[in-house]
Design a protein around this ligand. Structure first.
Ligand SMILES: Nc1ncnc2c1ncn2[C@@H]1O[C@H](COP(=O)(O)OP(=O)(O)OP(=O)(O)O)[C@@H](O)[C@H]1O
Ligand SMILES: [Mg+2]
Length: 428
């Protein structure tokens, strides 16, 4: 059922009405005197559209309203809600009430919608937001604790509100903790929405949904139904830890390596070639900088790896040579004869090799520069018994080799296991 919201518009001396149809699921968000509005759920549930319509409705209701649309990181206006708002203004036929500028939207009475990334602001500069009435935060699952702590007391104008839309990743994400944790603020309304609450859910998106349901059943619940990111029982890497250590800017880097775990064959069903870039920061911590894994021919993975090598100005390429022997080295040397190659030979299973690296993560010694959803999903399905996902964990394997070379002492400390050992001795 759709709620209909009518708003009288004064266009010159003529009076007309603006009608915004709103899905019933959003009804709790219209309670009076709310300070916080939260909408969480899977892809395509109408979160962004609802908040965009709401922003326009607020500006028409009080043309002096100042709104800031924020994200944790906004490298360009393209990543903001700017385009969506421009389209909405046109679709709702209220273009005559707004002035669309290159980087902001204004009303003729001094109201505005501006766009910014929290990472570009310091505790000092955020004070300029004190007389903002509405902060709308998109993709709030990536909002850092620092940003949330800065925003809440800064937004203090009379009747001010903070709106958050997010696709949940982990219960440890600050926005999830605040609105779905044990102690939620009193004056907040939070709703869950999914694709089936969206009467305008496009058929193109529904085809994507059905494809994921069939091909990625373990990710489906997270992507489309608002579930947390999947984590295998007993996984040796932990999504909350990855999120907590994630960085937006890495420090100055020392040694940088590109690590490749080539797949055996090149057919439609063969595994990916894991290609991960990482390095040691000047703070002596490890950083995953890039994941450029792909399916394809040896020529293709080698070209991709060398492009990553150049992009990151890396020192060496680490390649596992179990599968292709000298071919692997030869493939790289054909493209770049003088490239520095470190070959590694696997004598232990992937999950056994991964354990010392998972210990480094647990000690907060490794950070991801940005997000690597495919690598991270594989990591969280790696258990002490093996990989509990589809196919082979090639991205994890490349990442594990990388940090095995960057942190050689942690590997030598963990003795190899021999095949005649009994499981009971593994505990020591
Ligand atoms: N109020 C609306 N009017 C018209 N179309 C809508 C409306 N709400 C949603 N849609 C349609 O549904 C699609 C998904 O909506 P929207 O982008 O708001 O979802 P979302 O929950 O923000 O998704 P994501 O998690 O991918 O950001 C839109 O691209 C649009 O086609
Ligand atoms: Mg959205």
């Amino acid at each position: 059922m759709l709620l209909e919201k009518l708003r009288l518009l004064k266009e010159d001396l003529l009076v007309s009405t603006l009608t915004i149809k709103t899905p019933e699921v959003f009804k709790p968000l219209f309670e009076p005197n709310l300070r916080y509005i939260g909408i969480w759920g899977g892809r395509g549930s109408g979160k962004s559209h609802h908040l965009a319509e709401r922003a326009i409705d607020e500006m028409i209701g009080d043309p002096k309203t100042r709104i800031v649309a924020i994200r944790e990181v906004q490298k360009s206006l393209r990543e903001s809600a700017y385009r969506l708002l421009c389209d909405k203004i046109e679709d709702l036929g209220v273009g005559n009430q707004f002035r669309i500028l290159n980087d902001r939207i204004e009303t003729y009475a001094g109201g505005s919608i501006t766009f910014m990334g929290m990472q570009d602001h310091t505790a000092e500069s955020i004070k300029s937001m004190e007389n903002i009435r509405i902060v709308w935060c998109e993709e709030s699952q990536t909002l850092s604790r620092k940003s949330l702590e800065l925003l809440r007391p800064t937004i203090r104008a009379k009747g001010s509100q903070l709106w958050f839309g997010w696709n949940p990743r982990s219960a440890s994400d600050p926005v999830d903790k605040l609105f779905r944790g044990a102690n939620t603020p009193d004056n907040c309304a939070v709703v869950q929405v999914n694709y089936n609450d969206n009467p305008w859910f496009p058929k193109e998106l529904d085809a994507e949904r059905l494809f994921d349901k069939k091909n990625y059943p373990d990710r489906y619940h997270h992507v489309w139904c608002g579930g947390y990111e999947p984590q295998a029982k007993g996984a040796i890497f932990n999504m909350a830890n990855i999120h907590e250590n994630r960085v937006i800017e890495p420090p100055t880097m020392g040694r940088i390596l590109v690590s490749v775990d080539p797949a055996i064959s090149n057919t439609e069903n063969s595994d990916e070639h894991g290609i991960v870039v990482g390095g040691l920061g000047e703070d002596q911590k490890g950083y995953v900088l890039d994941d450029v894994s792909l399916k394809g021919s040896p020529q293709q993975w080698a070209e991709r790896a060398i492009a990553a090598f150049d992009k990151w100005d890396a020192d060496s390429i680490v390649v596992e040579r179990n599968q292709g022997g000298d071919m692997v080295r030869h493939t790289l040397k054909t493209i770049r004869p003088n490239i520095n190659i470190i070959d590694v030979v696997a004598t232990r299973g992937k999950h056994v090799r991964a354990e010392p690296i998972s210990a480094l993560y647990a000690m907060n010694q490794i950070s991801h520069y940005g997000s690597f959803p495919d690598l991270e999903a594989q990591m969280c399905r790696m258990t002490a018994q093996g990989f509990e996902g589809d196919g082979s964990p090639d991205r994890v394997d490349a990442m594990v080799w990388l940090f095995s070379k960057l942190f050689p002492s942690i590997i030598t400390k963990s003795k190899p296991r021999t095949s005649n050992r009994q499981p009971s001795s593994w505990m020591s």
